[in-house]
Design a protein around this ligand. Structure first.
Ligand code: C2E
Ligand code: MG
Ligand code: MG
Length: 549
């Protein structure tokens, strides 16, 4: 079996949450991005070659296989998606298979969650097992006095590690972190990996505050050492500690430790916080900011930038995406990442979406008025929290009606991750929205783990390929993955939009692959315009500059 990792796959690995394998038409594996721990998995995958042979594709552009790998307690559930790699003449050269581990993720199929009790990457028990242990421990927990029983640990800035060092290094850091945490514990204490870069520890016997903070310091130092060995720089950690109290439910104990970890992180990270001491302060800060945001929504401090959506064939502007910003009176212009999550946590998200819809649809109505008959598709982003609000359908309906907008010219975007978070809810809400006549797009596609069978269930019209895939073009390996996503979309009869297009070569390649529309810095960043028809001039000006560059 080939263990070599072609250098061009390094970049791909940074973008794709999975193992990439390339097979020749006779089933010979020529390249694989697998780490040592996944070599066995690749062997197993290769045994399933018959599923991916070119003749198994029939008329399809992609094939997908869900399968299980591992022994009893250590099962991993995997989804392998394959696409054909072709030369310029369209002749098939190879088959590229991307395999993602869906074990520890928010997978739709419950049996997957139920069968898995360990985290595939670190080997630690997972959140399911923590819940189980807490449940059986409940009487004992209730009996102990108020001593510290639980820690939640979160690596500071871990997303940045994935972004700058790549997922593979990120994985190594997580594995090293798991070992570092375990090494600081007594035998009867148990460490868990909850999700992403979040770990937990259940202390067998309660610790007093001083002792618990000392253990936390030890763990923080160990993580610094471990990350230094992997990355050459020290990472820090936010630790939350919580006391068990008579009558406190296991779920509440977990929640408290998590909240304390959040507050350690809000304080700038590299700290340990015990629940009680922190909670008041966090909630005071959050409340304060939420109050400001509520006022901002009422007082029109939210503004909307528009990013042009361009037809990749004609290069004409055919629509725009509305992207919210907060013009904060003292902190300046804030980007959505800085306040949308707060709105979600504090129950303000529907108000926020309503405000964005109102401003966007007003602009669209003015555009229609000035340019009757010209088609223009306006996209607005929704949050997962919007879906959960029964009132949300009405909000969309009222906004369309009050601005007298043809529903088909509004596209609502929902991220792939939000869809998977609560699949049933997503399906039912998206259906109702579709019934209103609006179109639906899955945003940031490729970053979550929606499988073909999940996508088939969803009432959607459009897939937006995430920027991470587009940015790597025209490297051949990234190309193969974009082809995979486009193939998947075609299979489901969906229109494909590419995000984050930065060069003319990327735009051309995407168009040839079958992407209808695109957006990105090549055409224009999000801009503030008084009138949507100005977007055409913005793109034209930018095109002249690009030619001159
Ligand atoms: P998104 O919906 O995927 O939006 C695309 C993001 O990519 C925007 O960031 C846009 O400025 C950025 N972008 C587009 N082309 C390029 C490019 O070529 N290069 C680079 N580097 N970036 C590019 P922004 O405006 O910061 O929005 C971030 C996210 O916040 C959005 O991701 C969306 O998920 C969320 N968001 C934005 N507006 C709203 C809103 O009104 N409601 C809700 N719920 N979420 C929103
Ligand atoms: Mg979007
Ligand atoms: Mg996106």
């Amino acid at each position: 079996m080939t263990e070599s990792v072609d250098r061009r796959y390094e970049a791909l690995l940074a973008a794709v949450p999975g193992v990439v394998c390339r097979y020749l038409l006779d089933g010979t594996l020529t390249e694989s991005s697998a780490l040592d721990r996944d070599l066995e998995l690749v062997d197993e995958l290769s045994k399933r070659w018959s599923h991916f042979r070119p003749d198994a594709f029939g008329e399809r552009h992609t094939v997908e296989l869900t399968w299980q790998h591992g022994r009893r307690d250590n099962d991993r559930w995997l989804v392998s998606r394959a696409a054909l790699e072709r030369d310029e003449n369209g002749d098939v050269l190879a088959v590229v298979v991307v395999t993602s581990d869906v074990t520890s993720l928010h997978v739709a199929e419950e049996r997957v969650v139920a069968t898995s009790r360990h985290d595939g990457l670190t080997g630690l028990p997972n959140a399911a097992q923590l819940a189980e242990l807490l449940e059986t421990d409940v009487d004992e927990l209730a009996a102990t006095g108020p001593t510290i029983r639980m820690a939640v640990l979160d690596i500071d800035g871990f997303a940045q590690v994935n972004a700058t060092d790549g997922y593979r290094r990120g994985d190594e850091v997580l594995k090293a972190t798991a070992q570092a945490i375990a090494a600081c514990l007594r035998e009867a204490d148990v460490a868990f990996r909850l999700v992403d870069d979040e770990f937990a520890v259940l202390f067998a016997a309660g610790l007093d505050a001083e002792h618990a903070v000392a253990v936390a310091s030890r763990m923080r130092a160990a993580i610094g050492d471990a990350s230094e060995a992997v990355l050459g720089r020290r990472l820090t950690m936010s630790v939350g500690l919580a006391r068990s109290e008579p009558g406190l439910s296991p779920a509440a104990l977990s929640e408290r430790a998590g909240l304390a970890a959040d507050s350690a992180s809000d304080l700038g990270g590299d700290a340990a916080v015990i629940f009680d001491d922190a909670a008041r302060q966090v909630s005071a800060d959050e409340q304060d900011r939420a109050e400001q945001l509520r006022r901002a929504i009422d007082e029109d401090q939210l503004v909307v930038a528009f990013q042009p959506l361009v037809d990749l064939q004609s290069h004409e502007v055919v629509g725009a995406e509305a992207l919210v910003r907060w013009q904060h009176p003292t902190d300046g212009l804030l980007l959505p990442d800085e306040f949308v999550p707060l709105a979600e946590r504090m129950g303000l998200v529907v108000d926020l979406t309503r405000a964005v819809l109102d401003r966007s649809l007003r602009a669209l109505a003015e555009f229609h008025h000035a340019h009757p008959g010209v088609r223009f598709s306006l996209s607005v982003n929704m949050s997962a929290a919007d879906l959960a609000q029964p009132l949300f359908i009405e909000v969309v309906h009222d906004a369309l009606e009050s601005h007298d907008i043809e529903p088909a010219s509004l596209c609502l975007e929902l991220t792939e991750t939000a869809v998977i978070e609560d699949l049933d809810l997503a399906i039912s809400t998206l259906r109702q929205l579709r019934d209103l006549g609006v179109t639906i797009a899955i945003d940031d596609f490729g970053t979550g783990y929606a499988s073909l069978s999940v996508l088939r269930e969803l009432p959607v019209d459009r897939l937006k390929i995430d920027q991470t895939f587009v940015r790597g073009l025209p490297r051949p390996a990234d190309l193969a993955v974009v082809r995979l996503v486009v193939g998947l979309a075609r299979e489901l009869d969906l229109v494909v939009t590419a995000e984050g297009i930065g060069t003319t070569a990327q735009a051309e390649q995407l168009q040839q692959l079958g992407c209808a529309t695109g957006q990105g810095s090549l055409f224009s960043a999000p801009v503030f315009v008084g009138d949507l028809s100005e977007l055409g001039d913005v793109v034209a000006r930018r095109a002249t500059n690009v030619r001159a560059e």
